[in-house]
Design a protein around this ligand. Sequence first.
Ligand code: NAD
Length: 483
Amino acid sequence: MKAQPKASHFVDGAWLEDESGAPIDVIHPATGEVIARVHEATEAVIERALASAERAQREWAALRPVERGRILRRAAQIIRDRNRALSELETLDTGKPIQETLVADATSGADALEYFGGLAPAVTGETVPLGGDFVYTIREPLGVCVGIGAWNYPTQIACWKAAPALAMGNAMVFKPSEVTPLSALQIAQIFVEAGLPAGLFNVVQGRGAVGSTLIRDPRVAKVSLTGSVETGRKVYSAAAEGIRHVTMELGGKSPLIVFDDASIEDAVGGALLGNFYSTGQVCSNGTRVFVHRAIKEKFLTRLRERTESIRIGDPLDDATQMGPLVSAQQLEKVLSYIEIARREGARLVTGGNRIQRPGFFIEPTIFADVTDGMTIAREEIFGPVMAVLDFKDEDEVIARANATQFGLAAGVFTRDLARAHRVVARLRAGTCWINAYNLTPVEAPFGGVGLSGVGRENSRAAIDHYSQIKSVYVGLGPVEAPY
Ligand code: NAD
């Protein structure tokens, strides 16, 4: 098989196989062919992963931060050197076009390793003067962290979690999505080549039950999940049993607001990127596009023209701009939302059909005249289906944009920057863009409010989520006891 890894798991610095675990077939979404088979982690594999992580973490935490950082930056360099091969693997696993994976997956993982590798030595405590006595603080690692990934950005998710965790002196056991299990194994191998001691980044495969076993283990101090709200609820409550730290990167139904003074070309570009990149399988997508009535028809005309010129095809072809959905199941789900939208009376502007070729291809789809109550304006579809809604004024659109329990992201397109800042200040979302969409540099915090999650990834903010503060009171005496 084309993409068969050396073994299903990577534990304690080495590839590990245990064929007694249930098999998971890995399917290339552009053809439907099986490209690899891995096995779910058994109890024995999970035990080895957690035990080696616990053992390795103590010595790792005792290293100078600059030494930890050096290893992470070395791993980043190896990832960059192998970007082509890693991107091809990511494309085989996810179906995302190679022109995307070359610039948005392994490279984004390398950015995170460079950023947190560089930041590690700069994280210090503080002293709190008390007029003689004083307090100093130490930022300590949490211990063993579990990372659980979604299938849309497998390499990026593994690195965005591993980089701050390892930088701060933690170990990580990572469970990729069962739909895309391949690339995290390569990252684990690269870490070892970069000099990361065995046990600090283990990858174990499996479906939800493996994730669930991992996060209930008493050795685990933290869980970071990227996934749906439904899974988030289960993982958050399991973590609560052990009062564990959590980061939850969950779903969204984000608004993208286009005012009548916006550059139409830029706003259309933002809406296309925010709905069709990665075949629409991006958590922060601006899937409710609110367009001011005055420019609605002009906007829709350009949107349609540019959408119909998107090159769909073999994702391994450099010229392809859009690949298939990740799985047959996801294809069914997206098609069913399109059917619901039609039934509920949304106007189909373009697309709407499965593409008749092997694999899980679908046309990029736009619905106009969508109203707030329609299903496609309320539920996360996670596919290339854009809902265009119209609005008349600022207060109205802000209220409608905020009328959701999600709160991952939001975007505003306008040439009036005072309005842009005023509107963004009132939007309930963890990540906002002004005259841009879906850019998530490692330097900026990323995460959601409401049902979209808790905690932040990337930036200095992630340090808080992978460390805890010890406060040390130093008494200079004498001790004044009343008895
Ligand atoms: P999912 O919730 O089905 O699965 C996510 C992961 O959780 C998988 O690895 C799965 O095996 C695991 N899992 C499932 N049940 C579990 C349980 N009970 N205990 C522990 N682990 C369990 O999500 P998905 O379909 O893989 O990904 C799509 C979703 O992820 C979308 O909702 C999307 O918005 C979200 N997402 C969010 C972000 C973000 O950063 N906010 C990024 C990417 C994707």
